[in-house]
Design a protein around this ligand. Structure first.
Ligand SMILES: *[C@@H]1O[C@H](CO)[C@@H](O)[C@H](O)[C@H]1NC(C)=O
Ligand SMILES: *[C@@H]1O[C@H](CO)[C@@H](O)[C@H](O)[C@H]1NC(C)=O
Ligand SMILES: *[C@@H]1O[C@H](CO)[C@@H](O)[C@H](O)[C@H]1NC(C)=O
Ligand SMILES: *[C@@H]1O[C@H](CO)[C@@H](O)[C@H](O)[C@H]1NC(C)=O
Length: 219
């Protein structure tokens, strides 16, 4: 039914020699964090007046439609969408994981031309509760080994370590776990003393935790 209607629309547009494609360009795929807001805005909003403007999610779910100045918002989006009729920007507030998807903006100009554009949004669980847990026992140079482990919640896409504000690199003594969440140093040396910082990231948030190691001399 939907595809039949789409086919008819396409057919009519082709008959009238009109162009049907990605006329509205978006800067890049958008990322957002659960509970926060995101703005989806085309780079090139047309300057003509519009008969119909609408934003949909993956072609089927209507989010907002403005017909001749009258706005209709899907009731399940009530209170968390804002639309700017001049820039055609859609602001989605109080984001949920289920808001991830392909968003389509379509505009019918008063000349009857249909302009469309698509962009995507990925919503991530915010990173939180990042902690670094280090060894509690006395560490002796050339003798002890140390495991530094990190924990955290949220959608974690990368984990990076710094020591005294410089990136920590693996070596024959410093070994990272495959997911980078733990670092094992064996044997420890005096130069391993310092502040270790671990950063958990995703495209929408990050959090850093620190832990200091003191390596004692063998004396
Ligand atoms: C309104 O949104 C819900 C999902 O949030 C969707 O299931 C429903 O189809 C939408 N209504 C319209 C008219 O698209
Ligand atoms: C560090 O971790 C490795 C593997 O997870 C383990 O074999 C080793 O005993 C640990 N070392 C310390 C000092 O806990
Ligand atoms: C984020 O985590 C939730 C569960 O906590 C999961 O359902 C979702 O797929 C994850 N999203 C990404 C982009 O990894
Ligand atoms: C692990 O850390 C290295 C170097 O900091 C980085 O290049 C790599 O992408 C990280 N891998 C993960 C899974 O975070």
């Amino acid at each position: 039914m939907v595809s039949y209607r789409l086919y008819c629309t396409l057919w009519i547009l082709l008959c009238f020699g009109q162009y049907f494609g990605q006329d509205l360009q978006f800067p890049e795929p958008a990322n957002g964090a659960v509970g926060e807001s995101v703005v989806l805005a085309p780079d090139n909003p047309p300057s003509t007046s519009f008969l119909v403007t609408q934003w949909t999610l993956i072609d089927s779910t209507l989010i907002i439609r403005v017909v001749s100045g009258v706005t209709t918002v899907n009731s399940s989006y009530e209170g968390r969408v804002r639309f700017d009729i001049n820039t055609l920007a859609l602001e989605l507030q109080n984001l949920r994981l289920g808001d991830s998807g392909i968003y389509r903006l379509s505009v019918t100009t008063s000349a009857g031309e249909i302009l469309t554009g698509e962009t995507s949004l990925q919503v991530f669980e915010k990173i939180s509760n990042v902690r670094v847990i280090g060894p509690e026992e006395l560490l002796i140079e050339g003798d002890s080994s140390a495991n530094i482990t990190s924990v955290g919640t949220g959608n974690i896409t990368s984990v990076e370590w710094m020591k005294d504000n410089s990136p920590l690199s693996p070596s024959n003594r410093i070994i990272f776990s495959p997911d980078n969440r733990s670092v094992s140093i064996s044997p420890v040396q005096r130069s391993d003393s310092g502040e270790y910082q671990c950063t958990y990231r995703n495209p929408a948030s990050s959090e850093t935790a620190k832990h200091s190691l003191i390596i004692n001399c063998e004396c």
